[in-house]
Write a new protein. Structure first.
Length: 150
């Protein structure tokens, strides 16, 4: 029982903190309802012309999931780092397999465009493709204009 005493004390402190936070919020919060002007979105003094979209793009959720997955990976890495010498090769292989699976998932998400934000950018060519003929034409054009200017 002595081993679990700190856990119980921490649980009680956590519950007390959460409960007291709710009570303090109820006591300190404003009593009147906010006006329509307070509830309206504000962006640099510009009145919005249209309502914001009701749904977030799927990419938002994908990035959130990537964050959660790698956050969980870090949580699993701490105990491994603490007992690294005791686990030896077995522990290293287990963590390596775990990391490879997560890295493969990251590569899959990146290849599907999970981290690409905004519309797709389509590049246009500024000049035609370069050939030896076009280079000779360009060089001879610059020589003739240089020769006339001199």
């Amino acid at each position: 029982m002595n081993a679990y005493l700190p856990v119980f004390i921490l649980m009680i402190v956590g519950i007390l903190f959460a409960g007291l936070s709710f009570v303090a919020s109820g006591l300190l919060a404003p009593r009147k309802k906010p006006t329509a002007a307070k509830l309206a979105p504000y962006e640099c003094g510009i009145v919005p012309e249209r309502e914001p979209p009701q749904r977030f793009p799927v990419r938002f959720y994908l990035v959130a999931m990537i964050f959660i997955v790698f956050d969980i990976e870090i949580v699993f890495m701490y105990p491994f780092a603490v007992v690294f010498r005791q686990l030896a090769l077995f522990g290293f292989l287990e963590v390596a397999a775990f990391s490879v699976v997560l890295f493969a998932a990251l590569l899959y998400l990146v290849s599907n465009g999970a981290l690409s934000w905004g519309p797709a950018v389509i590049l246009t060519r500024g000049m035609p493709s370069r050939t030896s003929e076009s280079t000779i034409t360009r060089i001879s054009a610059t020589k003739s204009t240089d020769g006339q200017a001199a």
